[in-house]
Design a protein around this ligand. Structure first.
Ligand SMILES: NC(=O)c1ccc[n+]([C@@H]2O[C@H](COP(=O)([O-])OP(=O)(O)OC[C@H]3O[C@@H](n4cnc5c(N)ncnc54)[C@H](O)[C@@H]3O)[C@@H](O)[C@H]2O)c1
Length: 305
């Protein structure tokens, strides 16, 4: 198949590109390198340095005869979405509409979309399921929800199939340790450099950390399954930031204690996902244990900090 992967120079999608190429597909990447890196690009992929909002991406659709779009390019910073909701909507909504319009025009069969389980359900007592109300509390979460709505429209009106994945907290090699998000990458880098590690709030916030290779497997499955469906992807188990700090401390041999700072506005206290639907319909389950995933991630950052 000919697959367009947007954001293919970034953390998650660069791993997806590798897997699609390994699986024998022709992969075309669009990325504007705003947070992505050239060194993440698979040399066997055809790379276009372009912005998903640019009208000229129509030329790429016209010439590349794309079967499937896997859309991961995004403005991913929740706090930036709060300080600049117009920019967030421009990239995450208008940019995606530009891709959807071209997908419709050039007969793309399916659109796979990276949404977020972490921001979709707001504060929730039990593990939210896909059909629980979407109550995003940030412009970033709102933009993800709006795109999910558009996908339903494009399927209904134009027969463009889709699969939506609502990820938990994805971690692993190539995650940016300099960003605002990605606590595993940030802690790993700081610990390996013997720098201070900061925890915002009391550290008891619960998160569902899922290893990037498990996410990649779901994106392979979505090439042939899950049409018209939304899936939470996580481990179904959550741990606190304090526990995460402790595990990474053991793995890296870090000796200092964490420094606690005031909580960040708008941060959820608890985020974990019900992942039964992906297990039942896609036969997908997160297989990497947290210990294994953290060790692999630290190993990567040892050579890349
Ligand atoms: N990392 C997580 O835990 C997580 C959780 C839920 C959802 N997601 C979603 O997964 C996707 C990938 O996230 P990531 O963590 O790999 O982030 P990332 O920043 O590493 O990847 C995003 C990529 O998109 C590119 N990009 C950004 N704006 C662009 C634009 N206007 N035009 C073209 N390219 C552009 C960036 O250069 C980068 O390579 C995003 O859609 C994100 O919202 C990530």
């Amino acid at each position: 198949m000919r697959i367009l992967v947007t954001g293919g120079a970034g953390f998650i999608a660069s791993h997806i590109v590798d897997a699609y190429i390994e699986d024998g597909h022709d992969v075309i990447v669009i990325d504007n390198l705003s947070t992505g890196k050239r060194e993440n690009l698979n040399k066997k992929a055809k790379f276009y340095e372009a912005d998903i909002r640019d009208k000229r991406i129509e030329d790429i659709f016209k010439s590349e005869k794309i079967d499937i779009v896997n859309h991961h390019a995004a403005q991913i910073d929740v706090r930036k979405s709060v300080s600049n909701p117009i920019f967030d909507a421009d990239v995450n909504i208008i940019g995606t509409l530009n891709l959807l319009e071209n997908s419709r025009k050039y007969s793309v069969k399916k659109f796979i979309f990276a949404s977020s389980g972490g921001v979709m359900y707001g504060e929730c007592e039990r593990n939210p399921k896909e059909d629980d109300p979407a109550l995003p509390l940030s412009p970033y979460g709102i933009s993800k929800k709006v795109v999910e709505d558009y996908l339903r429209f494009y399927r209904y009106a134009y027969n463009l199939d889709y699969t939506v994945f609502r990820y938990g907290n994805v971690y692993g090699p190539r995650q940016d340790p300099h960003g605002e998000a990605g606590v595993v990458a940030i802690f790993s880098k700081a610990m390996l450099n013997n720098e201070d590690v900061f925890i915002f709030g009391d550290g008891e916030q619960l998160r569902d950390y899922v290893y990037v290779e498990d996410i990649v497997r779901a994106n392979l499955i979505a090439l042939s399954k899950g049409d018209g469906e939304v899936f939470n992807l996580g481990t179904g188990v959550s741990i606190s930031v304090n526990e995460l700090f402790k595990y990474l401390k053991e793995i890296t041999g870090y000796k200092k204690e964490a420094i606690y700072k005031p909580p960040r506005l708008g941060e959820l206290q608890k985020s974990k996902l019900n992942v039964k639907k992906a297990e039942e319909m896609l036969n997908w389950k997160a297989e990497t244990t947290l210990r294994e995933g953290l060790e692999k991630t630290v190993e990567y950052f040892k050579c890349n900090v």
